[in-house]
Ligand binder design. Structure first.
Ligand code: BES
Ligand code: MN
Ligand code: MN
Length: 470
């Protein structure tokens, strides 16, 4: 029997007894609008970093808000209690997405509220699940261990980033200049989802991303559409044609070279995914629709979102978009285009291919300007590591259903950087649900997931302590 089990039972009781206070602390940090992409919120981003640093100091960690060329990184640590105990590096992000469109929120995005519902209530605010609520799952687990037993059975390092939602641009440099300080046995990340509310999940695949903006320019200025219409190529019409040329009828992507090197997951993995029993209707309902009408034909929904690359237009702007009618041929039109990448695709190659494709569709005398909004490759985490087994053991502290091993369509640029630069495996254990409205109005975190997440981290700490490094 595990030597940590009895202490863990006490820790779990303390978590339940202190749960209301945990919700209050989460509410505190949710009140700080740490929107990393908007310079108007730079002070708030800094305040959120300070809030987390003080929280760690209160728990007896040494903590520092480390400057970067962009937003700071919060680094905190508590040494291992014994030389043979492992050290775990926890990663999360304290920045959030913008809250727009504000009018679609039922309560102000930075005034968290607990709403009662049929499954124990939910906390609603921007950042509730992505990622402040999930960061609090491990912080509250540390607190319960420390307050119940006087310490932690493993060494802990924490790195909280303030630029995840805007592309993690300063993280590479931070990892390079703090490599030895960040040394650990494994990196635990809570920024993904559960399989469903009863089934925890360990995510072993993340898609990568290439995000570009293309602005095309035709005439020297906006023109009267009666005087010039019919004689002059219209940049908005041309952009529509370019966007239409990006996909084929069957939903596949028509950019030459886009699929070069794409690797399908091993047959055993595809077989395992079939066994998960995906609730397609529930997934579609979480998007507010009833029938799937997009995506590549001949692929299951899980393949489409986990292991196939995509190309999506996030927004198109140009010409007259104000009230009423104005008759012009606009001088410019721009599109924001993002691709989700899978193993085998090189971000730089995909970016070049996309640029060439757009350039090849331009009429004579048209020009195009590109802005790069970030690139990172897909990530695969080994599914057979002893740390993953320990995590599964630990999750039993909170869930009776065993953990599912899953993929995800989302991206976390830091995970690839951590694996490449620090040479350690990542362990992605997250507690979000499909209907959490991540990045959308009325983002929420179920309180049952918050509690389950805290209990899970408490359990994983016990399991990690019982599986010291070989
Ligand atoms: N936590 C998400 C990633 C995620 C979402 C994982 C859903 C699993 C399920 C993360 O904060 C995020 O939104 N990432 C961005 C990355 C981008 C800004 C480079 C994304 O995926 O769009
Ligand atoms: Mn996130
Ligand atoms: Mn996010």
């Amino acid at each position: 029997m595990s030597n940590q089990n009895q202490r863990l039972d006490e820790v779990l009781s303390a978590i339940d007894a202190g749960f209301d206070a945990s919700v209050d602390r989460l509410s505190d940090i949710l009140r700080i609008p740490s929107i990393s992409t908007d310079p108007a919120h730079d002070e708030d981003v800094r305040a959120a970093a300070d809030w987390f640093a003080s929280e760690f100091e209160r728990l007896g960690f040494s903590a520092e808000v480390v400057k970067t060329p962009g937003h700071p990184v919060v680094f905190a640590e508590r040494p291992a209690p014994t030389p043979d105990a492992p050290t775990i590096l926890y990663y999360g992000h304290y920045d959030v997405q913008p809250a727009d469109p504000l009018e679609q929120w039922n309560s102000p995005p930075f005034e968290p509220v607990v709403v009662d519902d049929a499954h124990g209530g939910r906390i609603v605010a921007r950042g509730a699940v992505d990622d402040k609520g999930q960061v609090m799952t491990f912080i509250e687990a540390f607190r319960a261990w420390i307050e119940t037993t006087g310490g932690l059975p493993v060494g802990i390092k924490v790195m909280l980033e303030g630029e995840e939602e805007s592309g993690s641009e300063s993280l590479d440099g931070f990892l390079e200049s703090h490599e030895s300080r960040l040394a650990a046995d494994v990196c635990v990340v809570s920024d993904t989802g559960m399989w469903n509310a009863e089934t925890p999940a360990i995510t072993t695949m993340l898609r990568g991303m290439v995000y570009i903006e293309a602005e095309i320019r035709g005439p020297g200025h906006d023109l009267h559409s009666g005087m010039y219409g019919g004689a002059i190529a219209n940049p908005a019409n041309v952009m529509a044609r370019i966007v239409a040329s990006l996909h084929r009828e069957d939903g596949s992507i028509a950019v030459p070279g886009f699929y070069d090197g794409v690797q399908d997951p091993p047959a055993s993995v595809l077989e395992q995914w079939k066994g998960l029993g995906f609730d397609e209707a529930g997934f579609l309902a979480s998007a507010g629709i009833t029938a799937a009408s997009g995506g590549e034909s001949g692929r299951t929904m899980l393949e489409r979102t986990w292991s196939r690359p995509t190309l999506d237009v996030n927004g198109i702007h140009g010409g007259y978009t104000g009230a009423g009618a104005k008759t012009i041929i606009p001088a410019t039109c721009a599109a924001k285009i993002s691709c989700r990448l899978v193993p085998g695709q090189d971000p730089t190659t995909i970016e070049q291919a996309l640029r060439h494709h757009i350039e090849s569709k331009l009429p004579a005398e048209f020009t195009v300007e590109f802005i790069n909004h970030g690139m990172n490759p897909a990530v695969v985490v080994p599914a057979d590591s002893p740390w993953l087994s320990a995590a599964k053991t630990g999750l039993a502290a909170a869930y009776t259903t065993p953990a599912a091993v899953i993929g995800t369509g989302g991206s976390i640029p830091a995970v690839g950087d951590i694996q490449a630069k620090l040479g350690m495996d990542a362990l992605l254990v997250g507690f979000g649900l499909d209907d959490d409205r991540v990045h959308s109005p009325n983002e929420k975190f179920d309180l049952r997931c918050l509690r389950g997440g805290i209990r899970s981290h408490a359990g994983m700490i016990a399991a990690f302590a019982d599986h010291p490094t070989a």
